[in-house]
Ligand binder design. Sequence first.
Ligand code: GLA
Length: 372
Amino acid sequence: MTLANRPPMGWNSWNYGLNDKNRADFSRVTEQTMLAQAQAMVDTGMLAAGYEYFVLDDGYQNARRDWQGRLQGHALRFRHGIPQLVSDVKALGLKFGIYSVPGTLTCAQQYDDYVAGDLGSLNHERVDAEAFAEWGVDFVKYDWCRAHLNDGLDPQIAFKKMADELQATGRDIVYSISEYGLYQPHKWAPEFTNMWRTTDDLFADWGSLMRTLDLQKELYPYSRPGAWNDPDMLQVGNGDLTSAENRAHFFLWAVLNAPLMAGNDLTRMTDEVRELLIHPGVIEIDQDWSGEQGKLTWHGGNLQVWSKRMSQEAGGGVAAVLLNRSGSAGTFNLEQTLGAYSTAKDVWSGDEISAASSVEVEPHGAILLRLS
Ligand code: GLA
């Protein structure tokens, strides 16, 4: 089977480590907090729902590499070292992901005053790939961080280099790249990566969510099993997002066949957030592949329909998000916006609704329908 045959699902430490001003707070990223999050992935049912990759993002590194030139964990926050953390996390039944960059400087070193030191993988590609493989790493996030300016690198060459080194280890490692959509990654990344960020960082507010969504419009033809458009990690349960906004965010990522990487505090999430993240009907839509990811199929003012065909194995028909971007309620006429169907079901509430009817959607909200 192809690696990342379905959009990868997991949890990533980056959004969790941001404070309420969207600045990184590295005191939140320690071996204790990471193990607590990994344990919570199991205890809350996230793993059972499909979230299998635990990904340690930027800010785990020590300023100095070890005597073999290998990256090591920050000496105070990861006292038992990264290999031990990998093995503890994997003992819970999870897979492990880790972060690095093609240049000399990570993004946290540039934007968050993270430690000065030789953290980037430039000229360490082989030693880093081999260390990751030896530790049992299953996922690598490789993040651009202005390596064109700092190191004069060419993105395609630099990203391919790590792809080759990872492949040379012989280990199955999902390769996730992040250059924020700067160099049209959809045109070349599908050849040698499993997912590529399409856009800049997504923050936990409605404006950021809508700006990010708008930039996905033309990208649907480029996604396929093993190679996914990545509109960035989930902000569900973070920041000021309301219940309705959280649902809209998650429903949209599902019809886009986006990788689902949660980034909220799993040890203290509300029941409502948990039920959303593990909702089998929504996850089924994200993980289903019938030949094309979802796309914008109707719009009128602040109302949009983003929809995708469902495979026969998943029951066929269509999955559609009715999105209301405005601050006041909006009404969708189902026949006009989606065409003629005989049945319609609200995936979140489970209610059957008349496919010929009109549906009201709350402000900054969405309804996810399965139609056949
Ligand atoms: C960039 C990426 C984020 C995160 C940080 C780490 O901003 O887009 O997802 O990895 O770097 O510093």
